[in-house]
Ligand binder design. Structure first.
Ligand SMILES: Nc1ncnc2c1ncn2[C@@H]1O[C@H](COP(=O)(O)OP(=O)(O)OP(=O)(O)O)[C@@H](O)[C@H]1O
Length: 479
């Protein structure tokens, strides 16, 4: 089934046939509508379609757990893994405010409480589509000036000229794709093709032919021969996103390309050669995947000749503000609306929030604020309404912070930090950890400091002293 090419595609995932049908019927005047009733069905649809939906409208409570939001949360992650540009709108039951906040931190752009009129949903879709991401991708590059960002830029420039693979690790929404395109832009091969293949977006049985191509008659439906991504990338860069999803049985074939640049089209015996540079990205802990037998150790070592760790937003300090300003200016200009303003209080709140969904979440917050509060000075509660406070307090449930099974792993982590950070400071690092735990506890305990102290296992006086010391450490030294 091929979607019509002239209309944008909208995917509706709801187990209530009344909603899916009536809404689908209403929207079909302006959009090509696809419907699914559960997560798996939705993902299969995405894989079959040539055209990626512009918008996905999804319910959180889906079978087999229609009364819990987990399937919806998993679907958000799966949709964004398929294509990070799909705008996700949650169709939420009325009492699911906390869930909706969490969904937004996972990458959903908006939520609408049920029951909602189809006219309102149509208007919302039209508004969402007015925010155009491609411009960000092309013009923006990496915004931010923190030491972590400068280090990231330096690594991109350092690794770009080499032909060896680069593995980009980082949480979802942290900017791995921008790093990959940066590696291509700064390379001599910048004028050669740059191709992206999202390993999560291809069904496993089509993966080999997609990567390596196929000969005529290689399988039912292969009426002609076809080149795969490796051939089309020629002497350019092939970016393999979500590499952790590469099926185990294909991993030796990728290893062979990395070892001697050789591969075969499916159904052919002739060896072909490629000069493409491989850049891979993952938001999984690939070492853990290796330990648990889901990813080959030899392939991991080949892919990670160079490793780049993209920092999560919570480690970017004042870059949050710069990113915020960047998206605010970009989207206000794009939609012709006047920007909202931040007061000192809202600015401080922004700087204290850890953005569990990283830059993608930050960007979506700006989109919502522009839609709701254009031209106004933002009140604190208006900003807080957009934050996922519970999620920020337990970032680990969104995307795991480094966890260490053994002290040897902790040492390996420290080793990597020392090797990759140009100006490492033990004091600053320990302060960052301390600050993060205090901030998390404050969010969890809604700033009730006795409770914060209890959560952290220290007494109140110690807590006051530590907060005070952290405050002092942040002030610029007096001359
Ligand atoms: N430092 C940055 N400056 C400007 N824009 C950024 C930055 N980091 C990320 N972005 C933007 O945030 C969005 C999410 O980034 P991106 O898609 O690269 O994340 P990702 O790490 O690849 O996520 P995933 O693992 O979910 O695919 C994109 O629109 C990207 O352009």
């Amino acid at each position: 089934m091929n979607a019509l090419k002239d209309k944008a595609v909208v995917l509706i995932v709801d187990d209530d046939p009344l909603i899916a049908d009536t809404l689908g019927y209403f929207l079909s005047r302006d959009y090509t509508v696809l419907t699914a009733t559960r997560r798996k069905e939705a993902i299969n649809l995405l894989r079959q379609e040539d055209t990626t939906p512009a918008v996905a409208l999804i319910d959180l409570g889906l079978p087999p757990t229609p009364h819990a939001p987990d399937e919806g949360f998993a679907l958000i992650a799966a949709i964004l893994a398929h294509s990070p540009l799909i705008r996700i709108i949650i169709l939420s039951g009325q009492n699911e405010e906390a869930n909706a906040r969490h969904a937004r931190a996972l990458g959903a752009t908006e939520f609408v409480s049920k029951p909602a009129s189809p006219e309102d949903i149509l208007k919302l879709i039209q508004r969402m589509l007015a925010f155009n991401d491609d411009a960000t991708e092309i013009e923006g590059g990496l915004v931010g000036n923190s030491a972590a960002m400068q280090n990231l830029r330096a690594q991109i420039k350092q690794f770009a000229p080499s032909p060896f693979p680069v593995l980009i690790e980082g949480e979802s929404g942290s900017g791995k794709e921008l790093v990959a395109s940066g590696l291509h832009r700064y390379a001599k091969r910048a004028n050669e093709p740059y191709l992206t293949l999202n390993c999560a977006a291809i069904s496993p049985n089509l993966m080999e032919a997609t990567l390596f191509g196929h000969g005529k008659g290689a399988f039912t439906g292969a009426t002609g021969a076809r080149a795969g991504y490796f051939e089309e990338a020629a002497g350019g860069t092939l970016f393999l996103d979500e590499i952790g999803e590469l099926p185990l049985d294909l991993q030796p074939k990728l290893l062979r390309v990395l070892e001697n640049n050789e591969f075969q089209r499916v159904g052919e015996t002739q060896a072909r050669h490629t000069a493409a540079r491989i850049v891979a990205a993952t938001n999984r802990d690939l070492k853990k995947e290796v330990r648990e037998g889901r990813f080959r150790a030899d392939l991991y070592h080949r892919l990670s000749v160079f490793t780049i760790n993209v920092p999560p937003v919570r480690e970017l300090g004042a870059d949050r503000l710069q990113l915020f300003d960047h998206f605010r200016a970009l989207y206000s200009a794009q939609t012709g609306s006047s920007a909202f303003q931040l007061s000192q209080k809202t600015t401080e709140r922004l700087l204290a929030y850890s953005f569990p969904g990283n830059v993608r979440e930050l960007r979506n917050i700006v989109i919502r604020l522009i839609t709701k509060h254009a031209g106004k000075t933002l009140a604190l509660h208006e900003l807080e309404a957009e934050l996922d406070i519970a999620g920020a307090a337990s970032v680990a449930t969104v995307s795991p912070a480094p966890t260490f099974a053994t002290s040897a792993e902790l040492v390996a982590y420290a080793l990597r930090e020392l090797k990759t950070q140009h100006e490492f400071s033990l004091d600053a690092t320990l302060r960052r950890w301390e600050e993060a735990y205090i901030e998390a506890a404050r969010q969890l305990a809604h700033d009730n400091l006795s409770q914060v102290a209890r959560l952290l296992g220290i007494n109140r006086t110690t807590l006051y002293n530590r907060i005070d010391a952290l405050g002092r450490a942040k002030r610029p030294p007096s001359r």
